[in-house]
Design a protein around this ligand. Sequence first.
Ligand code: FE2
Length: 419
Amino acid sequence: MTTATTRPATALKPTTDPLQLIDVDHVQFYVGNAKQAAFFYAHCFGFQIEQVCDLTTGSRDAAHYLLTQGNIRFILSTPLTPEHPAAMEVAMYGDGVKDVAFTVFDAEKAWERAVKNGATSAYEPRTYRDEHGTVTMAGIRTYGRVCHSFVSRTGAYDLTKVKQGGVFKPRFRKLAEGAACEPARGCAPQAGVSSVLAINEYNKKNPCGLKYVDHLVGNVEMGKMNHWVAFYENVLEFTMFKHFDDKDISTDYSALMSKVMASGNNLIKMPINEPAEGKKKSQVQEYLDWHMNTPGVQHLALRTDDELHSIAALRSRGVDFLTLPDAYYDQVWGRVNKMLTDHGHSAVKEDHQRVRDLGILVDADDEGYLLQLFTKPLQDRPTLFFEIICRRGSQSFGKGNFKALFEALELEQERRGNL
Ligand code: FE2
């Protein structure tokens, strides 16, 4: 049974493998209004609104906000001009994930290797530098609108320093410093900055307990799953971790297929879904219909060590979660605890009634169990959502919950007129 709070990969030493991933550097979202989105993720999910890069720091075409919690770093980016590529993407897809960026030892070498392995470049290596250090980034395209950036950092921009509160990249500034310098200039603190400080202070005192990105799921078009599996194998040198077919993931009405790709050091798992034929529309097809029939990130699973605490905190902040029928709990304890005792593990230690009261899902496999819960879509389009997951030994994805979950999702699809 494991209750790891940090990734094993943090102790990596440089090797000759340019595609060795050190960490998930950040996940970048393109959003319609980053300033407002920052408050949504801070208020509902407990993120710190830590740094900004905008007109005040010399960024003339886009504004970026760094949000952090545990080892999770989100960059929320919004275009300031119609020519910025994010402007067209937001118009086409709404808010969503643009870039899943990996920290590596040498971004240029990683990019060269990935391109040699068959990747299409999203952008060539570029270095941002100032007197404190450098950040080098280079990107490759993956499914649909999404890209993977490779990021290597030196000096004050080293990831360990960023994790300790250091500046993320040249042209970013800490919001707390913005507030501190205002009185020194003899003027009142900016209202916007003081609201950021207030919500950051509240979140420090009332943590939601989210630690890092456990996995990140992509939806691709029907018939394209194996193409993207091969892409992750060939280009990023990932391996297949698990796969599920439409017999595992279907109800009477809708279905999907899924394969889970994992990086060499298991730093990140990236399941890839494609819709499968059913009597009614697959949830993956619903996503694609509202995403210009373009693949993209369906959900980010955020890891916690205490599911009950995290879900209670998020519910109290107004996060909308999928609701399962009460009948789910009539069978789940028997199924899960039998699996655990059959494999020599102790039963689920969390209070069963509280799990039920909070609407949390439970599943087990031969290695242990997991607790998970899924939010409703995070924006008006039925596209991106979050999963909050706690692993007690299990390294899988809640296969035993698929059927109940899909029936709950179908109810939501029906409410949206999309089934
Ligand atoms: Fe998931």
